[in-house]
Ligand binder design. Structure first.
Ligand code: UT7
Length: 354
């Protein structure tokens, strides 16, 4: 059966670090609270646009696949923090990479990467495209509300990317399932970043979240999604070699793994280093897991995600023979001499570092 296999991967994590101690210097929180409640130690704040981060990750993924941008039939950027409403971040990525394939952004919040992978797999299975770039890229630091300590400490910026190609072999996306419960749309929202904010500048353009409700739903729904995806792939929980979950909270990841009775050693996490990067978290984790040798040829990799909507989804993949990059390239973006806190201060009204 024709399906999508991942043949290239890459990531871009901005150099400016925002530590828990940095946050504790400007809001009423502590390193101890943040680490205990979320597992986060630090996150990155971007000095470049979403599109630049997305392109940097994409260039790495293309080099890893030994392909170029104009060989892509499709570019999907999963994001809920695009630079502009029009055109898409994906169009800007294509502008930097070349090519005339289809481009689109996909907003399923933190589930965006699993959604985009599933969409690309469907288009490959239907024969519409042969190769696609799937990117998760977010600049959520733009939406941080420092008056709300329950959300301000959670989010960070970054991008991850994969190149997928049609295969008739045993590797690739074995199954996926995508869901959403729109009745829960208000428990996680960024209201003013859409047209609501254009018509009423008083609508805040910051994250508004009922953390406990999101937490509860996340554990249940990601577990359900994984079980259904495994069944559809004809596999059991014991067949999972590596679980890559959306990195929102280490307690959510641990609870999901327990619910599934998964061996904790199979769970890859990097939330301590980047916080919640929404749609970028799974491809960044995947890229790091591969580079650290955590994924072996033929491994069964499970991806599970949840996010605003409330969306959730899961994908089961069998890895191919190659777990190393064809080429490894350095990023060509300019650096910054600003700290994470300085970059955040420039973006957040009312934050005076003096
Ligand atoms: O990608 C999808 C997006 N979102 C998520 O995945 C988030 C899901 N939810 C969560 O991760 C957790 O609910 C949070 C990390 C947001 C919060 O953890 P919690 O264990 O649910 O804490 P809580 O909201 O129940 O708050 C417990 C206490 C409260 O104090 P009181 O009322 O018990 O006195 C909060 O005011 O912790 C307090 N608190 C803080 N204290 C220090 C909340 N935020 C902070 C903070 N620093 N940053």
């Amino acid at each position: 059966m024709r399906r999508a296999a991942i043949i290239g991967w890459g990531d871009y994590t901005p150099p400016a670090v925002l530590s828990n101690m940095d946050l504790a210097s400007v809001i009423d929180t502590s390193d101890e609270w943040i680490q205990t409640r979320s597992g986060i130690k630090e996150r990155r704040i971007s000095h470049v646009s979403n599109a630049d981060m997305a392109t940097a990750a994409a260039k790495q993924a293309l080099a890893a696949a030994d392909l170029s941008g104009d060989e892509m039939d499709l570019i999907i950027v999963a994001t809920c923090s695009p630079d502009r409403a029009v055109p898409s971040v994906a169009a800007y990525v294509q502008r930097q990479l070349g090519g005339v394939g289809a481009t689109m952004d996909l907003n399923a919040a933190c589930s965006g990467f699993v959604y985009a992978l599933s969409v690309a797999n469907g288009m490959i299975a239907a024969g519409t495209v042969n190769r696609a770039l799937i990117i998760g890229a977010e600049r959520l630091s733009s939406f941080i509300d420092l008056q709300d300590r329950t959300t301000a400490v959670l989010f960070g910026d970054g991008a991850g990317a994969v190149v997928v190609e049609a295969t008739e072999g045993p590797e690739g996306v074995l199954s996926s399932n995508l869901h959403s419960d729109g009745s829960l749309s208000e428990i996680l929202t960024i209201r003013g970043a859409g047209t609501e904010g254009v018509f009423d500048p008083d609508v805040p353009h910051t994250v508004d979240m009922e953390g406990r409700e999101v937490f509860r739903n996340a554990v249940t729904r990601m577990g359900e999604g994984a079980v259904v995806a495994l069944e559809n792939a004809g596999l059991d929980v014991e067949d999972i070699d590596v679980l890559i979950s959306h990195q929102a909270n280490i307690r959510i990841i641990d609870a999901t793994a327990r619910r599934l009775s998964i061996d904790p050693d199979t769970v890859y996490t990097n939330i301590h280093a980047y916080g919640n990067t929404s749609a970028a978290s799974i491809p960044i984790a995947l890229s790091e897991a591969l580079d650290q040798g955590a994924i072996k040829p033929g491994d069964v990799v499970a991806m599970v995600a949840f996010g605003g909507g409330l969306t959730w989804g899961a994908a089961i993949l069998r890895w191919g023979d190659r777990v190393t990059r064809h080429h490894r390239i350095e990023h060509d973006l300019p650096g910054t001499d600003k700290t994470g806190l300085e970059l955040l201060a420039a973006r957040v009204r009312g934050l005076d570092l003096a």
